[in-house]
Design a protein around this ligand. Structure first.
Ligand SMILES: [Mg+2]
Length: 280
């Protein structure tokens, strides 16, 4: 069901003979650092000190930085604008969201009820999924939104009870903001799952749909940086890459048995540690 994704054709290192623009061999591509956004680059869009400088240092060190977020709320253009306002230049190819991972679970032409933000609507429309207000539907997709009310939960629950597959963009229980934690997409997903009596399929970090999407798009993942051992740390393990932990308000006191190769209080700190190791 997962789309093969751009770039996957290079995974075998094969290329068409006589092609004017042959696909580069994997070893010719820069190694990729997968970097989380919330709690690492910003807090609810407010830039964290030193993040832009840290990304610049990683790039100068020869690494490609790809931002991978479970926050499926904003559309891509908004996330890229937020990065730019933090002083970080990024193209669309440098960003992977859990909304895309959720969209990859659905076939073009299928119907979905949403209880999620604009980012999910955008990803599903790009995938060719028809968004409907209520069931019957092939899927219900739940993601982070501050706008979900009781009526939205009711529409979602009823569609699932009528047979729709329940998909969560992620199951993060909380979302970090400068004012403290707020309920995350996982809290909304739990409400729909409980009311409908269904186990959801979760698309984002650290689950299979996101792992497959990243494997298909990124050929040389050298590091995963994030503030949650339960998502970013387990993603690193699934990708067989080292994990660098940025401690934030969302970092649980007791990590989920994930060992961080590097750990610090900011992206700047862990990038310094990782670069010292990579270059040493
Ligand atoms: Mg985070």
């Amino acid at each position: 069901m997962i789309a093969s994704g751009a770039g996957s054709s290079g995974a075998s290192g094969s290329r068409a003979s006589g092609s004017a623009n042959p696909a580069p061999l994997p070893n010719a591509l820069p190694p990729v650092w997968v970097v989380d956004l919330d709690g690492v680059v910003w807090l609810a869009g407010t830039p964290l000190p030193g993040a832009a400088e840290a990304v610049a240092r990683a790039r100068e060190g020869g690494f490609r930085v790809v931002f991978v977020t479970n926050n499926a709320g904003p559309p891509r253009a908004r996330l890229l604008e937020m990065l730019a306002s933090c002083g970080i230049d990024a193209e669309s190819r440098d960003l992977v969201t859990s909304a895309e991972a959720a969209g990859a679970l659905l076939e073009p032409g299928s119907r979905a009820v949403l209880c999620a933000g604009e980012g999910v609507a955008e990803a599903l429309e790009e995938r060719g999924v028809e968004i409907v207000n209520e069931g019957p539907a092939d899927a219900v997709v739940v993601g982070f939104t501050r706008l979900a009310g009781f009526d939205d939960l009711t529409r979602a629950m009823r569609a699932v009870r009528e047979g729709a597959m329940l998909i969560g963009t992620n199951d993060d229980p909380t979302y970090p903001t400068p004012d403290g934690l707020v309920p995350g997409a996982g809290a909304l997903l739990a409400a729909v799952a409980t009311a409908s009596g269904t186990e959801p399929i979760v698309a984002g970090k650290p689950y299979g749909p996101m792992v497959e999407l990243l494997r298909a798009r990124l050929l040389r993942i050298a590091l995963v940086v994030g503030d949650r051992p339960s998502t970013d740390g387990l993603l690193a393990r699934a990708l067989d890459a080292p994990f660098a932990l940025v401690r934030s308000s969302a970092t649980p006191v007791a990590p989920h048995g994930v060992v961080a190769a590097w750990e610090g209080g900011s992206l700047e700190e862990v990038v310094g540690l990782a670069l010292a190791h990579a270059c040493g």
